[in-house]
Design a binder for this molecule. Structure first.
Ligand code: SF4
Length: 133
């Protein structure tokens, strides 16, 4: 079984990028380590062959910080099959007024938003793997 690639954008300077990275790490390291893996977006963008071979033709879930969709666009350009695109800025819309933290640290409320997003990502991973069977 090939692992679903969970790819966050590399946004820095705002909390949204941190939320994207923390979500990807939580899913790939803690929640679904046997079913998912992450790939470094910077390597994908620079055309690194090893990273390209990891995503070309494989199902990917991308997590971007904002509507520029850097992870989704570059995963597609590298031949990844983007099954779902998440944007942390959208997740925050469901939690108006919540202080999620800063570019370098999430608050407990920020972690709650990340945990909710992780649940959705895990459900999507299960769906993708069912489809692949
Ligand atoms: S999607 Fe937005 S936050 Fe993420 S790297 Fe691109 S511009 Fe930055």
């Amino acid at each position: 079984m090939s692992k679903v690639k969970v790819i966050p954008c590399s946004g820095i300077g705002k909390v949204f990028g941190l939320m994207a990275r923390e979500s990807a790490l939580k899913v790939t390291n803690e929640l679904k380590p046997n079913e998912t893996e992450t790939v470094c977006l910077a390597h994908i963008v620079t055309g690194d062959e090893d990273s390209k071979s990891k995503i070309e033709g494989f199902p990917c879930i991308t997590i971007d910080g904002c509507p520029k969709l850097c992870a989704a666009k570059n995963a597609e350009l590298a031949g990844g099959i983007v099954k779902m695109q998440y944007r942390t800025v959208d997740e925050m819309r469901n939690h108006r007024g919540v202080d999620a933290g800063t570019a370098t640290a999430l608050t407990p409320d920020g972690w709650k938003v990340v945990d909710e997003l992780c649940e959705k990502i895990c459900e999507k991973v299960d769906d993708i793997l069912k489809e692949e069977k």
